[in-house]
Design a binder for this molecule. Sequence first.
Ligand code: MG
Length: 362
Amino acid sequence: MIKSEHHFQPLPILCNSESYTACPIDLSKQSGHLGYWVHLFRSHLPKLLAEAERRFSGELNLERRLDTARRYFTQYLDSISRQSDQHGRLEIIDICWARERALRAAQFDDVYRDAKCRENDAAMKLWPSLIDELDAMSDAERMSSIIKGIFAGNIFDLGATTTVDLFTDNNVDFLSTRQRLSPRPWLIDDLDSFLPQLTRGRYRNSLLFVDNAGCDIILGMIPFARELLRRGATVLLAANTEPALNDITHRELVVIVQELSCDDAILRNALDDGRLEMVPSGNNAPLIDLSRVSYQLAQAITRRDIDLVVLEGMGRAIESNFHARLTCDTVKVAMIKDEGVADWLGGSVYDLVFRFEPANNH
Ligand code: MG
């Protein structure tokens, strides 16, 4: 039988896949956390529907469809609030999936497409000067700048209530964010343990779970991938199969990397010789459940002996997978853009997390 992208399986390099849970918190047993997250999803919903109204403006039955999505998701939030202990384990990712179902029930697909295109265009314009700047630096300077770029790019997050308004008002950009990042040591700061591994050329095959479109992917994660390629590693870029908020999708990523590679010898050569590959993760949420990734991703991992995984973004690295253990070295990197997540980690909004977990410490 030919397996398609609809077949899911656990990430082959996941430790203890039988006991793995995507999210560290079981909301059904933590009423304080449940109340916080239900409130957060409720207060984000009008922003999401306003974006849907802009994006699908002029389409048939728009008001009715907006109402369907609103009712569907609100009823779900009401039901988990009332009977949280009757649903079994309940995680933040379950609420994300319910939100996607509500949007699909109203035939809203890829609500943030226009926002992603706008931010992709802006980031593409900055790419040449960013790459010139990075290429002129010493190795140490360049690595530090690339890591800061990952943090700064990650501010493009239309799911977090603290950052969504910044983008609505056009009040934020990559370069100024990079300049104003929290100084080191960050809230979790394992950079000094990770960098020597990277500079010694320890990594031959890497897998990067990327997060958002715009500056996040183009000015943050692709320059990091390019650095791994420059150092001779292979890079597998895993992006969402289906749209979710402003996450980059696999299809969009393929187009962006092709476009960037036209004027970039490192990317072009790596695409040509198969060292750079894009693969759909199977995911359809801003968080990720590593017990159900796409067949293509599992196959791609099996073909390569992956020795470094990077989970990028608050959703993939903290709200889900903060406690996930993989069989290889793992980096969890994110900017915190939510009060609840900040409290949970004992930090503040805009704090930075760079967590390095060497394989032999598991
Ligand atoms: Mg995201």
